[in-house]
Design a protein. Structure first.
Length: 232
């Protein structure tokens, strides 16, 4: 079976227009693939381009070259050459993303922030809220907080809202940028369980985790990003 995600010679650099057009290479020659039900962890020191690779896959950063192929059935799309409308469609249909920081409408209740992740799937509102409630319970968010905007929450609580919102939809590809960084041991264990469940259901996962115990628990394959950074 072909991989869900395949990067072929992907590269990225930044142009500093206020510095006379100085070009700063980030990564080059990025090659790896992820199959259904597999978790690939990107490893390497801070500043080697791990988060940049995730953002390239999600379409937040445009590639300077190469391909980023995502597959759903017989359909193959190249994120690297897709236009903005195509990228938005891929996000709705194929890709979930858990970033390091929660971005939510300030006055929306936590339960609706999470349930809103199912809007693209046209799930009935009450069904979406029930699914969101189940996930918030597993992530130890007290029910008294469900009606409160998460902008008022602690860092760890906000990250759990972020995780719930990213994990709720069933999409073929899930991108995780330090999902357990702000969590205690109990909630880290819950996230490891959630990742294992996603893998059993056939989700392909690309993750960045600095905690070695978490990495060892979730990774089927580790990609050393330093080799791509050196090539840049």
């Amino acid at each position: 079976m072909p991989p869900v995600l395949e990067l072929r010679a992907a590269q990225k650099s930044f142009t500093m227009h206020l510095q006379g057009g100085l070009r700063l290479p980030v990564v080059a020659g990025v090659d790896f693939s992820v199959e259904a039900g597999q978790c690939v962890v990107l490893a390497g020191p801070s500043g080697t381009g791990k988060s940049s690779i995730l953002k390239m896959i999600f379409g937040n950063y445009r590639c300077d070259g190469g391909q980023i192929l995502v597959r759903q059935g017989e359909t193959v799309s190249d994120v690297a050459s897709a236009d903005p409308r195509q990228i938005l469609a891929l996000r709705r249909q194929l890709m979930g993303y858990v970033s390091q920081f929660l971005r939510a409408v300030p006055r929306v209740a936590a339960l609706d922030v999470v349930a809103g992740a199912l809007a693209a799937a046209r799930t009935e509102r009450e069904e979406a809220r029930r699914s969101a409630a189940e996930l918030l319970t597993r992530l130890n968010i007290p029910q008294r907080l469900w009606s409160v905007p998460p902008v008022t929450f602690s860092g760890g609580e906000q990250q759990r809202i972020n995780i719930a919102r990213g994990f709720l939809p069933e999409r073929p590809l899930l991108l995780l940028d330090e999902p357990t960084a702000s969590l205690d041991a109990e909630n880290r264990a819950t996230v490891i369980e959630l990742i294992a469940e996603k893998k059993r259901r056939g989700t392909a996962i690309v993750a960045i985790v600095h905690d070695e115990d978490v990495r060892d628990a979730i990774a089927d394959h580790v990609v050393d990003v330093t080799s791509f950074a050196k090539a840049a």
